[in-house]
Design a protein around this ligand. Sequence first.
Ligand code: MLT
Length: 258
Amino acid sequence: MQLYLPGIKLNYNEAGNGPVVVLLHAFPLAGAMWWQQVAALRANYRVIVPDLRGFGDSDAPPGPYLMDQMADDVAALLKERGVTQSAVVGLSMGGYIAFSLWRRHRQLLSALVLADTRAAPDSAEGQATREANACLVEREGPPAIAAKMIPNLVAPSANQTIRNTLTQLIHANSSQGIAGALRGMALRPDSRPDLASINIPTLVIVGSEDSLTPPAEAEAMHQALPNSTLVKIEGAGHLSNLEQPDAFNAALQSFFAA
Ligand code: MLT
């Protein structure tokens, strides 16, 4: 389904009935990375899954895509769908956007899931790497980013099927979209000062082998959040929802049921 916002077409999928759950995907993927969660949740929840600007079947205007802009896109989508409150699940970049949603549209949020993400901003070195990767994708296209990133996105033991899925998702995106998100993530603010104010129920999930946003980051967020639960998913790297879907879904379901 499509929503037309000023200057951009946003693609999204919606399935099921019940309380609303919004799934915000990681970089440089698309809403399709959540298929196993949609399958598990749709019996009891109304699941809304956008392709964030620059990804999947959404438009990829020139960047940078600020996390605030992406959060405003999600808020506009919820308004269009008549949703006044939802649980928001953000994995990695999706988590950065969830922090912006909290700052800008917190009335829309009833619960948060922060999966394999971090509240801290990029270091100067991290920002320089983002810019180098943006230039790389503009020069050589998405396959160069896929080759560079996939080894870090999953645990060393991740099977070839998962790696192939990631390759397909990344190759289907555009260079402009990938570069726009890289430059936007580099500009994201520090969300650590907001953690103490996040008083809604929050679930922090991390793959035990996540090397991009390691368990120590999740533990630090959990300590700073006043109303949070921490779940570590054994045998998963950064993309814990794809690598260990049963454990990830069980964590979501018991959190939502509570
Ligand atoms: C992601 O999975 O969304 C990215 O690893 C986030 C990032 O590069 O900071």
